[in-house]
Design a protein around this ligand. Structure first.
Ligand SMILES: NC(=O)c1ccc[n+]([C@@H]2O[C@H](COP(=O)([O-])OP(=O)(O)OC[C@H]3O[C@@H](n4cnc5c(N)ncnc54)[C@H](O)[C@@H]3O)[C@@H](O)[C@H]2O)c1
Length: 438
């Protein structure tokens, strides 16, 4: 990507939002957009809808809303397409997810009932706890990719959308490392034709999206586009991609607290995190293979923020443990509990306890909205490959090979806003501010 200010194409026409997986997050996201469009709710938690951006010097008093500063698609222009292994409509799936209350859903019945999922590309080797009937049958993995490409083509034709973005909100797949089949587009396509066991369903969706000229975001921690083959395809097709794993409950808290402790050079000897949750996501994560994907994503954030190599006296011996327990009575209302053992001056120990009674999908839905709108913006700005400026939204941000990810949420937000300033030819804000004291 060149550093020259990009020409950002206007957000003309409708934007197709393609979502594999129509469970708790997707239904809460779509229902929320419909509720906001009807004036029943405000877009709380969405940076694209509510946040302002300061431009120029603090004395200039220029702080427009982000959505007035950069050309974003409007909520009225979003059209949804979904895929799921269960045939329930968005309304039925939202009822089953149990996140939103019945009176709210009742008011949104019409638009939600109209959204029916396409049949899914699914493989139980990758999500062991689920099985459903709405699945594309037979053929090679390449045949399945072509069937998805056809779904996308027909959706475009039927709705007349001018652009699309795909965002994975399906279940977390079991942990895999990139293999030989993931090293180049040619090897990957050969693997699709041979139905190589190392190619996951989410990678088939990502391939279909990229081949169709559609940017891809990964809301789960599994590999998908984080491999050379699909990154090569994204670059060849001039498409932006981003991931992985929405930064919502406990890791969001971690990335707020850990930079603060580090900023004051306070030590951490242990960080024990446990969660109880009872939704379908919790059930899938009860499987050790899927949990492994999540665990890696959750562990990496703290390690990267604290930088034990640079601060061995403070963080070298940290004991970090993360647990997720499936506990059905809680449904989507998760409890994330942290015990943090810290130490200060002369090594004296102290403790911090965080008990976050959070609602997972309520936290995730605005992130889906922002990612869809920003990824579409990136596409119109001609940005391709990994979009590190969207790290703000992810537990395990993707980066260029050899670059460590930035996990500090405040640095991530600064980077996001500076990228928007750069897109519009405004001065980047360095926070130096010496000029005020000349
Ligand atoms: N809610 C959060 O705060 C949060 C945070 C970070 C990541 N995530 C991730 O987002 C994803 C969605 O979370 P959720 O709470 O909505 O889960 P969910 O279980 O309610 O929904 C996932 C849906 O994906 C479907 N699915 C599974 N494999 C599929 C496939 N191959 N094709 C199409 N559909 C498929 C399932 O049938 C299910 O309906 C999960 O991977 C989760 O780990 C969620």
């Amino acid at each position: 990507m060149s550093k020259e200010i990009p020409q950002v194409a206007p957000a003309e026409g409708k934007l197709g939002v393609l979502i594999p997986g129509m469970g708790a997050v997707t239904t809460t996201f779509i229902a929320g957009v419909e509720a906001i469009k009807k004036g029943l709710a405000k877009p709380i938690g969405s940076v694209t809808q509510l946040s302002t951006i300061r431009l120029g010097k603090r004395t200039e008093g220029r702080s427009p809303l982000i959505r007035d500063f950069v050309p974003l698609a409007r909520l009225e222009d979003l059209e949804f397409a979904t895929w799921d292994i269960f045939p329930d409509t968005c309304y039925e799936a939202a009822e089953k997810a149990g996140v939103l209350e019945q009176p709210t859903l009742e008011k949104l019945k019409e638009p939600l009932d109209a959204i029916k999922p396409h049949s899914a590309v699914f493989d139980q080797d990758f999500v062991r706890r689920l099985n459903g009937p709405n699945v594309k049958q037979g053929g090679s993995k390449m045949d399945k990719a072509e069937a998805l490409i056809e779904d996308i083509r027909k959706f475009r034709e039927n709705t007349g959308v001018s652009r699309c973005v795909m965002i994975w909100c399906g279940s977390t797949e079991v942990h895999h490392q990139p293999g030989a089949v993931h090293q180049s587009v040619a090897a990957f396509e050969e693997g699709l034709r041979n139905s190589d066991a190392e190619i996951s369903p989410s990678q088939i969706y990502a391939y279909a999206a990229l081949k169709s000229g559609v940017p891809y975001a990964n809301g789960a921690p599994h590999l998908t586009v984080d491999c050379p083959a699909l990154l090569e395809l994204a670059r060849d097709m001039n498409l932006p991609v981003c991931g992985k794993d929405f930064k919502t409950g406990q890791t969001f808290m971690k990335t707020l607290v850990a930079p603060g402790l580090k900023s004051r050079m306070l030590g951490v000897s242990g960080w024990f995190s446990t969660n109880i949750l009872g939704n379908r996501d919790g059930e899938v994560l009860d499987d050790p293979g899927s949990f492994k994907s999540k665990e890696e994503s959750k562990l990496s954030a703290l390690e990267q923020i604290l930088q034990p190599d640079l601060y061995p006296d403070l963080y070298k011996n940290i004991y970090h443990k993360v647990r997720i327990n499936y506990y059905p009575p809680r449904g989507d209302a998760k409890e994330g509990w942290d015990n943090i053992d810290i130490f200060g001056w002369l090594g004296y120990p102290m403790q911090i306890k965080i008990d976050f009674l959070c609602r997972d999908s309520i936290l995730a839905a605005p992130l889906v909205l922002d990612l869809v709108l920003f990824l579409d913006l990136a596409q119109r700005a001609g940005m391709r490959g990994v979009q590190e400026w969207l790290s703000f939204y992810f537990k395990a941000p993707m980066t260029a090979p050899g670059l460590y990810p930035e996990h500090d949420i405040f640095i991530q937000l600064m980077k996001l806003k500076n990228t928007l300033r750069w897109m519009r030819g405004e001065d980047l804000i360095t926070h130096l501010g010496l000029e005020y004291y000349d």
